[in-house]
Design a protein around this ligand. Structure first.
Ligand code: PLP
Length: 359
């Protein structure tokens, strides 16, 4: 790996100022990692270089035909002061699934993990140490060949940038409100909903905008065929808790081809099972859910993903009717899973040590 350090990096004072309250995605670190792919030559050498603008030909194919995929993962300061990545091999695997779906070249999965580790090692001073803070890594790959005409590109760039982030909820955990979009769909089975390509996010932005216009935080998508089965949010999976105490069941829609297989979702299901919770991956019809909410059978709901970790859902707005789940107090299953996952990510819990990759 070739490493070229920035000659005038951010001063320690400025970096400390940023790390006190980094927000989310507002600041980038001093370096970026890049690996280029050239037709028959395949992948070249990984390079870590000073962060800066990319120079792109206006005919760059990724800008026109959308061969653009990405990932998101976090590095956490551990209780012993070291730094660990949370399940980077899962992101490597998912990036390759996305690459295959979009006819892009796959990247050696060990190289992906090594690249992420190497970048974090160079940027160790940028890993924030406050509660819930982390260094968010954004690996992405796009068709970099300059050509106008629809075909599979022959040249690609893979990059990883890093941005220090605050926890999604900096003070108190707040319950989200979600709106069900009856008119549009995010993804359809056989399409690209189950992979992480930029187009999926473009397709879900209008829904998010409409949700916001109605005073909701997020859009909750239904399936594209029957418009009845709950899928996920624009950038998070969704789980419901039925019952409480020893009888509590954690239920989430199955990965049927249009939902992204979230790494947080998979981790929470495994964590739930290991704690004796009944975990079900079952289709959830919106009308059946509303009945179960009315009878009090549904006790909690939450969204989950790398950025937010776990975010309680308090209300669902659908066809002008707002229904409450736990608008005032996030439930114990939601908050318990959230606290345990955060403890695993930061190494304060010894559970699932294989989920942490030390930098
Ligand atoms: C559409 C969508 N669903 C779910 C998730 C959650 O996935 P993960 O837990 O791997 O971050 C994300 C975030 O990556 C997403 O973009």
């Amino acid at each position: 790996m070739q490493i070229t350090m920035k000659t005038t990096p951010t001063s320690p004072e400025e970096r400390e100022r940023i790390l006190t309250s980094p927000g989310f995605g507002l600041h980038r670190t001093d370096h970026v990692l890049q690996i280029d792919y050239r037709g028959d030559a395949g992948w070249g050498e990984a390079v870590i270089k000073p962060y800066g603008s990319l120079s792109l030909d206006p005919a760059t194919m990724g800008l026109h035909y959308g061969q653009l995929i990405f990932e998101g993962l976090k590095a956490f300061v551990q209780s012993d002061g070291s730094v660990s990545l949370f399940r980077p091999a899962e992101n490597a695997r998912r990036l390759n699934e996305s690459a295959r779906r979009l006819s892009m070249p796959t990247l050696d999965e060990e190289l992906f993990v090594e690249a992420a580790r190497a970048l974090v090692e160079v940027e160790l001073d940028w890993v924030p140490t406050g509660p819930g803070q982390s260094l968010y890594l954004r690996p992405f790959m796009f068709a970099s060949e300059a050509h106008i005409g629809l075909r599979v590109a022959t040249e690609y760039s893979f990059l990883i940038l890093a941005t220090p982030v605050d926890p999604f909820f900096s003070a108190e955990v707040r319950a989200l409100s979600v709106w069900i979009d009856r008119d549009h769909v995010r993804a359809v089975r056989g399409g690209t909903g189950s992979v992480k390509c930029a187009g999926n996010y473009a397709a879900s932005m209008q829904g998010k905008q409409l949700a916001n216009e109605q005073g909701c935080d997020e859009v909750l998508w239904l399936d594209a065929i029957d418009r009845r089965w709950i899928e996920e949010l624009g950038g998070m999976n969704v789980c419901f808790v039925y019952g409480s105490g020893d009888e509590a069941r954690l239920v989430t829609p199955p990965l049927d081809g249009s939902i992204l297989a979230g790494i947080t979702r998979a981790s929470l299901l495994e964590l739930g099972r290991s704690r004796g919770l009944t975990v079900e991956e079952e289709p959830i019809a919106i009308d059946v859910l509303f009945t179960a909410m009315a009878t009090g059978e549904v006790t909690e709901a939450f969204a989950c993903g790398t950025a937010t970790v776990v975010a309680p859902i308090g209300t669902i707005l659908c066809d002008g009717v707002s229904r409450e789940i736990s608008a005032t107090r996030p439930g114990p299953v939601t908050m318990g899973l959230r606290a345990e996952l955060l403890a695993i990510q930061t190494g304060t819990s010894p559970a699932f040590p294989e989920w942490r990759t030390r930098v």
